[in-house]
Design a protein around this ligand. Structure first.
Ligand code: NAP
Ligand code: MG
Length: 399
């Protein structure tokens, strides 16, 4: 490897798994070159969170990053880590705003764990627009009759006003927005990812009701699609727009194997629904794709705090490392593809296959053993044993 992968280390149990994965599954086989950033809460605090910004800028430079789960501090964490000088922002939010990307979440599926929806044969990837709408809304409550007017004041001095509603009594109000630039980036990342992953792209809104707001999302997608149309045709891919309720119904009857692009709120809700219907958060990967084709891979789950405290007490934990392993293989494959290193991509595939073979052989962490078919004889192991079992399955011949 010549161009490095940006490595973003993290916190708690996932930090422990991170080291095991590197030591036992990757370093023995790959001449690994990484640009390392320690995003542990302690180091973010020490550097006044500069390390997070630096890691995102390095991702812009090198194009491929892999990130370990990190703690987003809240009030309880401030008590747990009294040395914190500030309630640092979510690293994912910081990185996302620097890369201006869209998050794609994909379940890792295996035969012995059947999705709750019988027709699903292949994974469904959810792309969630991560800016605006109700997440950046303003709202208030009123307790007397009156009217609410929404006004836009242009820098030019021009104004536009619209009566929201006259209310005869107490009422609740909400003003929300989105930005053309953000919608366009979202669209571009979705089309780019569809091309990269060779999957159809579905997009849904409620433009029959919200003719201007949701209608605008649809127009921006249609407009951006013009730039990708030829590539889609060449690859035999489809861009399919439909109403959100129609999409929800179709998805339940589909076989899977496509990307579903959702507005912010729809993506929030649907990604939790789709991930739990496929199995568990521990089997979900996540990749942030920027509109100019930079990639940051990670597991969708958090730092698994409860397991970490058991680990600190010296107990064995059966924490599932699959999503973190797949974050690494995603990054290795992408590096291999961008730098034309077929052996690196092949190794990543071998590691994925070894991980899934281990599961298929019935060797699994306890979270999966609980989900597997009743007829399936699973042997529950701890994290270390599980990673060892995968390591044994990576045969040099498979490289
Ligand atoms: P979490 O770490 O995802 O864990 C929630 C529960 O899900 C765990 O207690 C465990 O259940 C189960 N679980 C998750 N991943 C698992 C795995 N790999 N193997 C086995 N079980 C797994 O979520 P959280 O407890 O809400 O958050 C913990 C910390 O992570 C927080 O500080 C949060 O800020 C951070 N976080 C970071 C990211 C990120 O960096 N992308 C994302 C989400 C949360 P049982 O305990 O029942 O076994
Ligand atoms: Mg959610």
């Amino acid at each position: 490897m010549t161009t490095p992968i940006v490595e973003m280390d993290g916190d708690e149990m996932t930090r422990i798994l991170w080291q095991l994965i590197k030591d036992k599954l990757i370093s023995p086989h790959v001449d690994l070159s990484t640009d390392y950033y320690d995003l542990s809460l302690q180091n973010r605090n020490k550097t006044q969170d500069q390390v997070t910004v630096d890691s995102a800028n390095a991702t812009k430079k090198y194009g491929v990053a892999v990130k370990c789960a990190t703690i987003t501090p809240n009030r309880q964490r401030m008590e747990e880590y009294p040395e914190l000088t500030e309630m640092w922002k979510s690293p994912n939010a910081t990185i996302r705003s620097i890369l201006d990307g869209t998050v794609f979440r994909t379940p890792i599926t295996i035969g012995c764990i059947k999705p709750a929806v019988r027709s699903w044969e292949r994974p469904i990837t959810i792309a969630r627009h991560a800016y605006g709408d109700v997440y950046k809304a303003v709202e208030f409550i009123t307790d007397e009759p009156g009217e609410c007017v929404m006004t836009f004041k242009g820098l030019s001095g021009a104004e536009q006003s619209v009566l929201v509603q006259k209310a005869a009594g107490p009422a609740v109000w909400l003003g929300q927005h989105n930005l053309d630039s953000s919608i366009r980036s979202f669209a571009r990342s979705c089309f780019q990812y569809a091309v990269d992953s060779r999957q159809d792209l579905w997009f849904s809104t409620k433009d029959t009701i919200s003719k201007k707001y949701d209608g605008h999302f649809k127009e921006v997608f249609d407009d951006e699609f013009e730039r990708y149309k030829e590539q889609f045709e060449k690859l035999g891919l489809e861009y399919f727009y439909t109403l959100i309720d129609d999409a929800a119904a179709r998805i339940m009857r589909s076989k899977g194997g496509y990307i579903w692009a959702c507005k912010n709120y729809d993506g929030d809700v649907m990604s939790d629904m789709v991930s739990s219907a496929f199995g568990s958060l521990a089997m979900m990967t996540s990749v942030l794709v920027s509109p100019d084709g930079k990639y940051e891979f990670e597991a969708a789950h958090g730092t698994v705090t409860r397991h970490y405290y058991r680990y600190l007490r010296g107990e064995k934990t059966s924490t599932n490392p699959i999503a973190t392993i797949f974050a690494w293989t995603g990054a290795l494959k992408k590096r291999g593809e961008l730098d034309d290193l077929p052996e690196l991509s092949a190794f990543a595939q071998t590691l994925e296959a070894a991980s899934l073979d281990t599961l298929s052989a019935g060797v699994m962490t306890s979270d999966l053993a609980a989900l597997a078919d009743a007829s399936f004889e699973a042997k529950t192991v701890d994290s270390q044993e599980f990673i060892d079992a995968i390591a044994e399955r990576i045969t040099p011949g498979g490289l």
